[in-house]
Design a protein around this ligand. Sequence first.
Ligand code: T5A
Length: 221
Amino acid sequence: MNQALLRHPHFVSLEGGEGAGKTTAINAIRDLLRERGHEVVLTREPGGTPLAERIRGLVLKPDEEIAGEPLSAEAELLLVFAARAQHVRQVIRPALQRGAYVISDRFTDSSYAYQGAGRGLDLQWIAELEKRAVGLQPGLTLLLDVDVAVGRARANGRDLWPDRIESEQDDFFQRVREQFRLRAQQDTQRFRLIDAGQDQAGVAAQVRRAVAEWLEQEADA
Ligand code: T5A
């Protein structure tokens, strides 16, 4: 099994806490890349294939039959990685191989933040799964950083029925936010920090600027 972690320049991920505004950011990146004539594939995690979407349902919105059975943190981690292993092989790699850009609403950084910092699972175990089951990292990750209370108020304004993870307490989301910020500080080559506390137009403008600069850097490299 290949255990190398390849960073692909056409692979872009969006990360952040609940209600950070990833939809606006994804649309801004998609428009910028299409204006420049690139094929763009939009996808999301957990999910992105029929099977992985089914796993997403198990993790976020379990049906009545299983809702009463607590999902352990370990099972949650392995389920999101099962979905990711499938997503990478069925959708992401084939799209990258034909030259498309792939924009993913969340990727492995979310597992470090939610299952690692949020649930308290061993980050080394997550790194091992990343190497063995995924083998791929985005060339660019935009971290939409927003105050936990602000993000939650936005998400609550939209969701009538919060999912399993949205039902967590603020201290969980604070740990998630800190882990994302730490990862961004530790890897300034891949991450760009976006102030997602601004209005939607302001966030979209920052995102376009960050992606345009990154494309220039890539072209010069
Ligand atoms: N997860 C995921 C894990 O635990 N481990 C993993 O490995 C992975 C991959 C995904 C969940 O799964 C977890 C993390 C998540 O909890 P999801 O439904 O995709 O589930 O959850 P989120 O990604 O958090 O989706 P949200 O919809 O909550 O966040 P977004 O996409 O960032 O927010 P968006 O764009 O839908 O905006 C939310 C609301 O805010 C408004 C929008 O209009 C919308 O109503 N809004 C703004 N309002 C004011 N100012 C702005 N700048 C705004 N931007 C957006």
